[in-house]
Design a protein around this ligand. Structure first.
Ligand code: PEP
Length: 253
């Protein structure tokens, strides 16, 4: 199980330190689940100082694909590695929507991250209109194949897919277990078909209004290998509860 807290554009460095400390007071490590915090760039260093002596890992919310150069305002993979990041979230729907990120650009970022030892968490998901017009599967297939173009089977071991239906993000309306399971099954199948990766070893997590009151149900599906949590990760108690549900379910599996 992998539980990732995406702070989005919330928390200064000092606020982030407090949030992390409050979460750690409630967190009990279990080797069956990985916990990852994704603060904004400006809080990465401060949060890393706190989690470096714990099993909690760090993710960035974005990266640029060049290693260095005249790219004002951008952050490179080696810079994130240097800050202690293990993961990077890529292709989040907010980046696709507000920053016009295409599958092609996301693919360049995925490959650059892999080349520098960062594990990508590639977000895919359909809008409400796409779901209602029956395009969910073809759209996700396209996001996967284009976003992961030229990624080798070996590199795929480092890639996590986050299924995040756009209509579920920040809306309080999570996908049902059945809806998520159906899409996760299709994603696992595509990965197996394209990269020959056993469907039991690829990792597909769910994101979209995951809260303590729906996490347990979602995690009970063997196709859901964890969660990308937005809003609820800003509350240490909620995030710790979600983590403990994941750990409990992982114990049974
Ligand atoms: C997200 O930011 O990826 C997300 C899923 O947000 P929320 O949990 O708030 O819906």
């Amino acid at each position: 199980m992998l539980i990732v807290g995406n702070w989005k554009m919330h928390k200064t460095a000092s606020e982030g330190m407090r949030l992390t400390q409050d979460f750690l007071k409630l967190y009990r490590h279990s080797s069956n689940s990985e916990v990852v915090l994704a603060p904004p760039f400006t809080a990465l260093h401060a949060v890393h100082e706190i989690v470096r002596s714990t099993p909690v890992k760090l993710a960035a919310q974005n990266v640029y694909y060049q290693q260095e150069g005249a790219y004002t305002g951008e952050i490179s993979p080696p810079m994130l590695k240097d800050l202690g990041c293990h993961y990077v979230i890529l292709g989040h729907s907010e980046r696709r929507q507000y920053f016009a990120e295409t599958n092609d650009l996301i693919n360049q970022k995925v490959r650059a991250a892999l080349a520098h030892g960062l594990s990508p968490i590639l977000c895919v998901g359909e809008s409400l209109e796409e779901r209602e017009t029956g395009k969910t599967h073809s759209l996700i297939q396209q996001q996967l194949l284009e976003g992961l173009q030229d990624v080798t089977a070996d590199e795929m071991q480092q890639v996590t897919i986050a299924y995040e239906p756009v209509w579920a993000i920040g809306t309080g309306k999570a996908a049902t277990v059945e809806q998520a399971t159906e899409v996760h099954t299709a994603i696992s199948h595509s990965i197996e078909e394209k990269w020959g990766m056993d469907r039991n070893t690829n990792r597909v997590i769910y994101g979209g209004s995951v809260k303590p009151d729906n996490a347990e149900q979602l995690f009970a599906s063997p196709k859901i290998h964890g969660a990308l949590v937005g809003g609820a990760c800003l509350d240490p108690e909620s995030f710790a509860k979600i983590v403990s549900f994941a750990q409990r379910i992982a114990n049974f599996n």
